[in-house]
Write a protein that binds this ligand. Structure first.
Ligand SMILES: Nc1nc2c(ncn2[C@@H]2O[C@H](COP(=O)(O)OP(=O)(O)OP(=O)(O)O)[C@@H](O)[C@H]2O)c(=O)[nH]1
Ligand SMILES: [Mg+2]
Length: 286
């Protein structure tokens, strides 16, 4: 099978995850209106006849003053310089090309959110990107779907021209990670300020048989005891609503009914623990 690995990079909140979900025709990565929603690498494998594209969703490349934020920032800088090719997503309203001047020449650039900008405003941006040697420039609105088919056709053509790889799938879908992300998305949308950024979710139990009901139990770890009643809400109703929304989404994804259990644990040392960063995919420097 011919395959193409396509990392999708850019600043926070520019629509990287939305673009991947639209190209996949399926939700693989969570999306919210808040910056720094994605905090791990997320993989989505799009299979077509005899071809596969592995999209790699990545966190926004912007400095944040937490240990996790700076770990992500430094790792992403290294990752970017190691790449031979990437899909660089810029917000058409505020492209901030200068942040990526040194990688534009190895990028397929996607100007997203064109639904929010007048077309003539795009011309000097495109010109600047071409001057910097962009491989291609696409103008899209991932939300409305405008321009997305052209982007997909181009990627499909690129797989056809890429080297033959060994047979077999590049990627095994990670149900456990998706379940944690699904709950984190609902928490991000529901709660203001820092709480959603301070929690860590991991799986306690994952049982996903092929043709019968699934069971997934998650543990939400918070660094302060005071967060727990806030998350739970009055009579636990808030958490219940979040659980229900996530379960409905997981049922649709897994095409099976199932049980989603959640518990909240307090660990004041949470963000001092290396294994937390490692589970998120970021190695802490020794
Ligand atoms: N108007 C408009 N909004 C969009 C478009 N694409 C994405 N958005 C919105 O932009 C916000 C951020 O989208 P995400 O896909 O989470 O952005 P991201 O780049 O993955 O963000 P991080 O994971 O935080 O780095 C969401 O509210 C999306 O609905 C678009 O084409 N037009
Ligand atoms: Mg994202």
């Amino acid at each position: 099978m011919k395959s193409l690995v396509m990392p999708v990079v850019g600043l926070a909140n520019v629509g990287k995850s939305t673009i991947i979900n639209a190209l996949m025709g399926d939700k693989v990565s969570i999306v919210t209106h808040k910056p720094h929603t994605t905090r791990s690498m997320v993989f989505g494998s799009k299979k077509m006849q005899g071809a596969e594209i592995l999209f790699v969703d990545t966190p926004g490349i912007e400095k944040v003053s937490t240990k996790l934020g700076s770990l992500i920032f430094n790792s992403m800088k290294d990752y970017l310089s190691s790449l031979e090719e990437m899909l660089l997503v810029l917000d058409a309203c505020n492209p901030r090309i200068e942040k990526f001047a040194d990688v534009v020449s190895k990028s397929v650039v996607v100007l997203n959110k064109i639904d929010r900008v007048r077309k003539p405003k795009l011309l000097p941006i495109i010109h600047q990107l071409q001057e910097l040697g962009a491989k291609e420039v696409f103008m899209v609105s991932a939300n409305s779907g405008d321009g997305m088919q052209q982007l997909m056709d181009y990627l499909r053509m690129r797989v056809d021209h890429s080297a033959q790889k060994e047979k077999g799938s590049l990627y095994v879908e990670d149900v456990a990670q998706y379940a944690c992300e699904c709950v984190r998305e609902k928490i991000l949308v529901q709660f203001e300020k820092e709480i959603p950024y301070k929690i860590w979710i991991h799986t306690k139990e994952v049982h996903v048989p092929e043709n019968s009901a699934w069971k997934i139990v998650l543990r939400i770890v918070v660094p302060k005891a005071s967060y727990k009643p806030i998350l739970l809400g009055k009579g636990g109703l808030q958490m219940k609503a979040i659980g229900t929304a996530a379960r409905v989404e997981l049922c649709a994804k897994l095409k099976q009914p199932g049980f989603l259990g959640m518990e909240i644990a307090v660990d004041e040392q949470l963000w001092q623990r290396d294994h937390v960063y490692e589970q998120l995919g970021w190695k802490t420097p020794k």
